[in-house]
Design a protein around this ligand. Structure first.
Ligand code: ARG
Ligand code: ZN
Length: 844
């Protein structure tokens, strides 16, 4: 049942071409396949086996002769001769009963598909593995008004449509959509002058929410031409929005399918953060056309080959479209919250895992976000010029192939002459390195002494040193830079670096731009942190210093019961008033470490985190800050009102973010009066939701919550916000009760992943409430995971990670969590997905 990377063998049979006919029916869809198989010269064996699940085989033929294959719940085998042959099969599937949202399913009356990673085997019998690539011809019958598949349309008529995709692709990139859809059209002229038709397809009523996505698509197409020389390769590019979707979106060739939350946008219904996320996801899926589709993965262990690189590329795009420092800070916040947490617990795994039971469980922060960090380090190490050369070679050498991480690294070795054997450990070794640093200054020479050490992770005890690019700059005692940013290349377990010719002991700014995904440990003090917050010329480290200052004060409050740190309050106020700083940066720097971040910090210090004490310390600090910064908050709030018509760009978003941060402080002082005024006058969702949050926080939100519901009850994506906010902002002792009550609301449904996550994901994401000493948070989440598992294993399994930090808590909480994990594990018929996750979390 466990699949190992080391067991890889090439496929016995290759596919020359695929012809599929779909006779659509909500409960009895027939899929006819005609596939030409040819022996693979690179494989020794000639056994013939196809994957297939959840379907009824009606008939099968080989070269026109009926055959009786051996069918199991996971596929079939059949006797074949040695040479090429034509396989034909007819199967029946039931899209309406497909609540797992994998394969062909129905969403809001529309047919749609999700095939990555192994969903195609729920559509027809096929060698469902990414190293089998083929040209697909698809005919759809069923009279739906719109019937789409990959590639270009070749024929359409009375109740049917035919599609041809000229680019050989693995089955996971297959897609089909059919239903009553309307399109928002556009067009793009490629760099070689070809006209590409663009469409965003949505349910009638959502046409008004497509313009932003369309512009993001055009911007992405242009950016990939300009930065990477990548041109689009079909006459048509379709995006479809579907309401029921397990993930964000999917890069199917020429027919991207999106969770509607990741594409539909309007100022009235979407926040600035929603707009930014939508722009990034549209770019991400579009960029997959080259990094993923034209060059795909040999097997699913190589998932980071396409995901790490594509996340890296979409981050570069966002940095270019908006603010590079702000994007970097946002990404590091998310990386620490999700990936460091994962890397530090029972679910830790390498960026390229070595084994899995269910591949869907490995679409993780480690594969995606750490995968992107690894790419970023590679670019830092080789430099921009070699990076550009290497990418050009990669696209040229591997176009049309299914590749490995070894292929990727070989390109860089060939271009630079570097040996990347040590660098490869970033792909094979799990765990977040701890990088500790001390310094000294003698005779004008300043020395930094680094030590690296990576704690053991499941199945990996020994961690040899890695190559770590450490960007460092030095500041003089009066603020100016005495050493511009340089990249130190650390390769040993312990290593020192000298900076000669300095007049005085400098202040170091280490790990600028967060140049490696490591935990930096350095004995420093609040005075130095405040100095760097005020003077660091690297925006990332400037933000980082403010964060570290807040954190050290919070830890003292949590562990020592001290009062809020006046040094922090003063430094953060100075920062907030600094008109030379980007408002978006200031809004971020007003953010505080999360509850989860602080819990980990307590655990790292050898303590046992008390979730309620952490929550209380944060509340106390926020109150103290609101008091200390009362005038500043009012000034900022007045100053950063946006008068111009709404635009979701970086400038306006930053102003609104700072104004909302100021409003949050004001609301702690005025009982919600200013927030009520903003709520009543709000012309966009960023202001409306920001104000609603402040009102709820101030205990004055009941009226507005009711009005908000009445106003938006017909807009699912907005109602998701309404559900989520009530759980996230509940007082810890009420969080589970609020979530439980909302699951009884008529609009709650566990069949829609967005809605399920809005309530139960918000519970899991509210540490003080989720970890309430009564255990009611754990029990409620487990109840719902048990209910959801038979319907949707993928979403259930992903949400099990709510429990991944359990070992850091006290014995009582551990016992409560263990009981819930064991209750889940003992459910009869538990999915493979959830069984694997719970098993890994429980295993010590
Ligand atoms: N390849 C998609 C993306 O990252 C994600 C699809 C994940 N699907 C899944 N079932 N795990 O763009
Ligand atoms: Zn992706």
């Amino acid at each position: 049942q466990t699949v190992h990377l080391s067991d890889y063998t090439p496929p016995n049979w290759l596919v020359r071409d695929v012809h599929l006919t779909f006779r659509l029916d909500p409960t009895r869809t027939r899929v006819l396949s005609r596939i030409t198989f040819a022996p693979n010269p690179d494989a020794a064996a000639r056994d013939f086996a196809l994957d297939g699940e959840n379907m009824t085989l009606i008939s099968a033929r080989i070269d026109g002769t009926p055959v009786k294959p051996d069918v199991t719940p996971h596929g079939l085998t059949c006797a074949v001769s040695d040479g090429a042959f034509v396989w034909e099969a007819e199967v029946e599937i039931n899209p309406s009963a497909n609540t797992a949202l994998e394969g062909l399913y129905m969403s809001s009356g529309m047919y749609c598909t999700q095939c990555e990673a192994e969903g195609f085997r729920k559509i027809t019998y096929y060698p469902d593995r990414p190293d089998v690539m083929a040209v697909f011809d698809v005919r759809i019958e069923g009279g739906e008004p719109v019937m789409l598949s990959n590639g270009n349309p070749v024929a359409a008529g009375d109740g049917f449509a035919e599609w041809h995709d000229p680019w050989p692709k693995p089955a996971y990139l297959f897609a089909l959509v059919a239903g009553r859809l309307v399109n928002h059209p556009g067009s793009f002229t490629t760099m070689s002058g070809r006209e590409v038709e663009l469409n965003i397809w949505v349910r009638p009523g959502d046409e008004g929410k497509c313009a932003f996505g369309m512009q993001a698509l055009k911007d992405s197409m242009r950016w990939d031409e300009e930065v990477y020389g990548r041109e689009y390769d079909l006459d048509l590019f379709n995006i479809v929005a579907v309401d029921d979707f397990n993930m964000g979106a999917m890069e199917n060739k020429g027919l991207n399918i999106f969770n509607s939350s990741a594409v539909l946008a309007s100022p009235e219904t979407s926040t600035d953060a929603n707009f930014e996320r939508i722009e990034a996801i549209i770019a991400h899926e579009y960029f997959h056309n080259w990094t993923g589709n034209r060059i795909t993965c040999r097997d699913w262990f190589q998932l980071c080959l396409k995901e790490g690189l594509t996340v890296f590329r979409d981050a570069e795009f966002t940095a270019d479209m908006r603010s590079a420092p702000v994007k970097r800070i946002e990404d590091v916040i998310a990386l620490r919250a999700r990936q460091f947490r994962e890397d530090n617990g029972p679910l830790a795994h390498p960026v390229r895992p070595e084994s899995f039971v269910e591949i869907n469980n490995f679409y993780t922060a480690t594969v995606y976000e750490k995968g992107a960090e690894v790419i970023g380090m590679l670019k830092t190490l080789v430099g921009d010029e070699a990076w550009a050369k290497a990418l050009t070679l990669y696209f040229k050498r591997h176009d049309g192939q299914a590749c490995t991480i070894e292929d990727w690294l070989k390109v860089f070795e060939d271009v630079t002459g570097r040996d990347l054997a040590q660098f490869k450990r970033w792909y094979t070794d799990a765990g977040t390195p701890r990088l500790s640093v001390t310094d000294d200054f003698r005779d004008g020479t300043y020395t930094l002494h680094f030590k690296q050490q990576t704690p053991p992770t499941p199945g990996q005890d020994d961690k040899p040193p890695r190559v770590i690019p450490i960007k460092v700059g030095l500041l003089g005692q009066n603020g100016g830079e005495v050493q511009k940013t340089v990249t130190l290349e650390m390769t040993e377990a312990e290593q020192s670096f000298d900076f000669a010719g300095l007049a005085a002991h400098p202040i170091p700014s280490i790990l600028r731009e967060f140049s490696a995904p490591v935990i930096l440990e350095r004995a420093t003090n609040d005075a130095e942190r405040a100095f760097l917050l005020a003077h660091d010329t690297d925006p990332f480290n400037k933000w980082e210093s403010g964060r570290a200052l807040a954190r050290s004060g919070l830890l003292a409050m949590i562990e020592g019961g001290t009062a809020p740190d006046p040094a922090y309050l003063e430094a953060v106020q100075t920062m907030a008033r600094d008109a030379d700083l980007d408002p978006a940066f200031r809004a971020l720097a007003l953010g505080l470490p999360s509850q989860d971040d602080l819990a980990q910090a307590v655990a790292d210090g050898g303590g046992t985190p008390d979730p309620q004490a952490i929550y209380d310390a944060l509340e106390t600090l926020k109150d103290a800050r609101a008091e200390a910064m009362e005038d500043t908050a009012r000034q900022l709030y007045a100053q950063y009102q946006v008068d111009a018509p709404y635009r979701p760009d970086a400038g306006q978003s930053g102003a609104r973010a700072l104004a909302n941060a100021a409003l949050a402080m004001i609301s702690r002082r005025d009982g919600g009066a200013a927030a009520q005024a903003q709520y009543d006058a709000a012309g966009n969702m960023t202001q409306q939701l920001g104000a609603l949050g402040c009102l709820v926080q101030a205990g004055a939100g009941d009226l507005a919550l009711g009005l908000f519901y009445d106003q938006w009850q017909d807009d699912r994506l907005v109602i998701d916000k309404w559900f989520g906010l009530q759980v996230s902002l509940a007082a810890p002792q009420d969080t589970a009760d609020v979530a439980a009550r909302l699951t009884q609301h008529p609009d709650f449904t566990m069949k829609n992943p967005n809605r399920f996550r809005a309530v139960l994901g918000a519970l899991a994401g509210s540490p003080a409430g989720f970890h309430h000493a009564s255990g009611k948070g754990y029990a409620l989440l487990a109840d719902w995971l048990i209910k959801l598992d038979p319907l949707n294993p993928q979403t259930t399994a992903r949400m099990c990670s709510a429990f991944e930090t359990w070992r850091r808590y006290d014995a009582e909480r551990q016992a409560l969590i263990r009981a819930q994990l064991e209750r889940i594990a003992s459910q009869p018929g538990l999915s493979r997905d959830t069984a694997e996750m719970v098993g890994r979390i429980l295993k010590t």
